[in-house]
Design a binder for this molecule. Structure first.
Ligand code: SIN
Length: 293
């Protein structure tokens, strides 16, 4: 079935039914041609989060598919100090598994709070691709929220109060709450490392306005005193868990999820630390810093 937007008879795009995302069916991502890729790009721009089930990708296949979207970032150093997969510096391992006394990946088995990947950088990645190798029997779901919708339904007075302002995207802690390598932790968001970005941005491809929040911990709205900044941020963050603007993904091994890192945020549920969860992630470089609406 063709959803109508793909123009490719073997490829179907089925919206998740939630507030963001769609499943793309009918493709083996190791064997796509330029027309397939053009259809994927159109679907991605329309739905922001795309799911491809039943894939059998090697790390090299994952890197090759990811490169179609642009140059890849090198994986950030894991909180244990280890860097990525041997020979493939673009692959970041998200895992709770410990081998020979050392974690093979990042983020452990706890909750990973709402965030945008690496928005503490001046030019954050535009896309992330996460491929599921091993999945626990329960828990570890990943949720996404649509940041166009989060802005659209913001109270107009709240929107007026944040318009034209910039927010500090903290680089101290990752989404699992671990301190990043080489950073001295501070509880003062004004002095914490990180980039300032407009709190309302315009998406460079869709042209639509969206909220751009990064993560809540150690965030700070430039020019306000700490208490006012905290209260305003709490109000803006209040509606993120609403399924009406989101999608919760229950993983199966072989799932690849691609998300637009500019107009979505994501979080991960905790899971039983005695089970195994192994995911490989790549990130596509952003073309420019997030820009004001
Ligand atoms: C991530 O935040 O990039 C990882 C999300 C997940 O493990 O599901």
């Amino acid at each position: 079935m063709d959803s109508g937007i793909t123009g490719r008879p073997r490829l179907a795009v089925a919206p998740t039914g939630g507030g963001v995302g769609a499943e793309v069916r009918g493709l083996d991502l190791r064997r796509i041609d330029d027309a397939d890729f053009a259809a994927i790009l159109r679907a991605w721009h329309e739905h922001a989060v795309l799911l491809f089930r039943g894939q059998t990708l090697s790390d090299a296949d994952l890197v090759a598919f990811s490169r179609r979207f642009g140059g890849l970032d090198l994986a950030p150093v894991q909180e244990s100090g280890r860097r990525s997969v041997d020979g493939l510096p673009e692959i970041y391992v998200v895992s709770n598994v410990v081998e020979n006394g050392a974690p093979i990946g990042s983020l452990g088995a706890g909750e990973a709070v709402w965030h945008t990947d690496m928005s503490y950088l001046p030019e954050p990645p535009k896309a992330s691709l996460l491929y599921a190798l091993e999945i626990p029997p329960t828990g570890g779901d990943t949720s996404f929220v649509n940041m166009y919708a989060a802005l659209d339904r913001l109270d107009p007075e709240l929107r007026r109060r944040i318009a034209g302002r910039r927010v500090k995207h903290d680089g101290t802690y990752n989404s699992g709450g671990y301190v990043r390598q080489g950073v001295v932790p501070t509880g003062d968001p004004r002095t914490a490392p990180g980039a300032l970005h407009p709190i309302i941005c315009r998406h460079p491809e869709s042209g639509r306005e969206m909220l751009y929040l990064g993560r809540r911990r150690n965030a700070y709205i430039e020019g306000l005193d700490l208490a006012d900044s905290g209260a305003l941020l709490d109000a803006v963050w209040a509606g993120m868990d609403d399924p009406a603007i989101g999608y919760r993904h229950r993983w199966r091994p072989g799932d690849l999820v691609l998300w637009d890192n500019r107009c979505t945020m994501h979080r991960r549920d905790a899971f039983d630390p005695s089970s195994r969860r192994v995911m490989h992630r790549t990130q596509v470089q952003g073309a420019a810093p997030p820009s004001a609406a």
